[in-house]
Design a protein around this ligand. Structure first.
Ligand code: IPE
Ligand code: IPE
Ligand code: MG
Length: 248
């Protein structure tokens, strides 16, 4: 509560993206298997969703599984997929109750059929949620997103539906899987790693980065609030000088 009272309700980021990292290391520290870390991460997800919705964040994008994560040992990938199905099933009633709409970005066709079914069902059930949109990045990578956008733009140009000379930055944005969402103002990454790991490459162009050494399973609502508080202390200059910002 203490942190929350220090947050300016007029300056809440509309879109927060999170790289939920460190489950494996968390489990190792506890002498457990990596999957124990993934299982223990659900509380962190739940608290982050709640904290974001309560603060008035409009879009929360969670990096749950990257294109590169397919290269992990098959048993870990399978366990993650099972956990995904189980968690979506378990959490959908809470999302519904709180008017939270679930969406997914990524190459979801590559997910096991059970995951695709569960996702589709939960997205359909929650589609009228208007308090916050929870976006799961699944089998997602920034380069994949840009590539699928380029492919579809090329197809539309070839079909005469898109004139190359009229392609603007806003056109590219419309072909990305995040079309219609504001760019994230804040990116949180846990576990201390200082990299983007092929997340929202285009969309993070001017995002404020907040990296914490906490491992994801230890992340709680107060840590989310700390990140928003830190964001509010940043000066977002977008290439201008500090003086320009205070004058206008
Ligand atoms: C993040 O934790 C979860 C996924 C990438 C699915 P990790 O599994 O990457 O945990 P570390 O980085 O090995 O500790
Ligand atoms: C990034 O974490 C992907 C997700 C959180 C889903 P990784 O653990 O896969 O990232 P790297 O490989 O260490 O950069
Ligand atoms: Mg990791």
């Amino acid at each position: 509560m203490a942190v929350r009272s220090e947050i300016d309700p007029q300056n809440i980021p509309a879109h927060v993206a999170v790289i939920m990292d460190g489950n494996g290391r968390w489990a190792k520290q506890k002498g457990g298997l990596r999957i124990f870390g993934h299982q223990s991460a659900i509380t962190a997800v739940r608290e982050t969703v709640e904290a974001a919705a309560e603060l008035g964040v409009r879009y929360l994008t969670l990096y749950a599984f990257s294109t590169e994560n397919w290269s992990r040992p098959a048993h870990e990938v399978m366990a993650l997929m099972q956990l995904l199905v189980h968690t979506i099933r378990q959490e959908t009633p809470t999302l519904l109750k709180n008017s939270i709409r679930l969406q997914a970005i990524g190459q979801t066709e590559s997910l096991p059929a059970s995951c695709q079914r569960e996702l589709a069902e939960a997205m359909e059930l929650t589609k009228d949620g208007n308090r916050m949109t929870l976006v799961l990045a699944l089998s997602y990578s920034g380069r994949w997103d840009l590539t699928q956008a380029a492919r579809r733009m090329a197809a539309d140009a070839a079909a005469g539906k898109l004139r190359p000379e009229e392609v603007q930055e806003s056109t590219v944005a419309q072909y990305l899987t995040t079309a219609g969402m504001p760019d994230p103002e804040l990116l949180i990454r846990t576990s201390g790693e200082q990299r983007i790991s092929n997340f929202l490459l285009w969309q993070l162009a001017y995002t404020e980065l907040y990296i914490t050494d906490l491992l994801w399973p230890d992340f709680r609502r107060t840590h989310f609030e700390e990140a928003v508080k830190a964001y509010q202390r940043r000066e977002r200059r977008f290439g201008k000088t500090s003086e320009q910002l205070t004058v206008s």
